[in-house]
Design a protein around this ligand. Structure first.
Ligand code: ZN
Length: 248
């Protein structure tokens, strides 16, 4: 089953597929080994991404690509529980040089330092407490945190507001609000209107045989085409949104 529910998304998929077969070592080798020119490659197990250099196009700069604020903004907007007027407090182990994640300086962004953040023990004010205080004072905070981070904040006595987006990997699909993996970055979010996890426009999801695979359309370095999660997930139509959504 292919699911090209957006023509623009499908064009980007075709372009990335061509790039992969022409210039990306991993896909070129798989293609040669299979002795075929079939554009529908086999699913790529997540574990294969450990050999990261094989997913970098030949001749491309190998500088690691940092997560983009755009990815996060697109994901949060999909959740229907976030607007660009909110202030996002992202629980992270380190501060980031990002002030806004939305277009035209919208979507204010702050880091709320996690319990395991590497802080200067001699500092007069613990930066973890300082960022927590900023969260507590904010008029329109939305908190983005992994379940463990959330538990640690509660343990530290940080008052948690009622607007919390739980971030999780495929393991947590039944519980999470925002789908994120170390390897693939921000992928999608649970929409309030149907309660199901949808994939953001910068990512393609489709079935290869019976395996659900993900492609980062908005990233070429590394090229992440047809990546299969370690935990299998199913794809089925969401009647409310007339496009596929993930199923546990
Ligand atoms: Zn839906």
């Amino acid at each position: 089953m292919r699911t090209p529910w957006s023509a623009g998304r499908d064009r980007r998929y075709e372009r990335l597929s061509r790039l992969a077969y022409q210039r990306v070592p991993y896909y070129r080798e798989e293609w040669a080994a299979a002795g075929t020119v079939a554009p529908e490659a086999a699913p790529v197990p997540m574990a294969a991404l450990a050999s990261g250099h094989r997913f970098v196009p030949i001749g491309a700069d190998t500088t690691a690509v940092l997560p983009s604020p755009v990815d996060l903004f697109e994901t949060l907007s999909l959740s229907e529980r976030y607007t660009p007027d909110d202030v996002l407090f992202d629980v992270q182990p380190g501060l980031r040089d990002v002030e806004f994640i939305g277009p035209k300086r919208t979507g204010r962004y702050r880091v709320l330092l996690a319990a395991d953040a590497d802080v200067d023990p001699t500092a007069s004010v613990d930066p973890r407490e300082a960022t927590a205080a900023e969260y507590t004072r904010s008029a329109r905070p939305v908190l983005l945190a992994d379940p463990d981070q959330l538990a640690a904040l509660r343990e530290r006595g940080v008052p948690i507001g009622d607007r919390v987006l739980r971030r999780g990997d495929f393991d947590d699909l039944a519980e999470l609000d925002v789908l994120w993996t170390v390897e693939l970055g921000y992928l999608g979010a649970r929409r309030i209107s149907c309660g199901r996890v949808h994939i953001r426009p910068g990512v393609d999801v489709r079935l290869l045989g019976s395996t659900t695979v993900f492609t980062r359309l908005d990233r070429q370095n590394p090229t992440l085409l047809h990546i299969a999660p370690a935990v299998p997930v199913a794809l089925s139509p969401c009647s409310h949104h007339a496009e596929p959504a993930l199923t546990v």
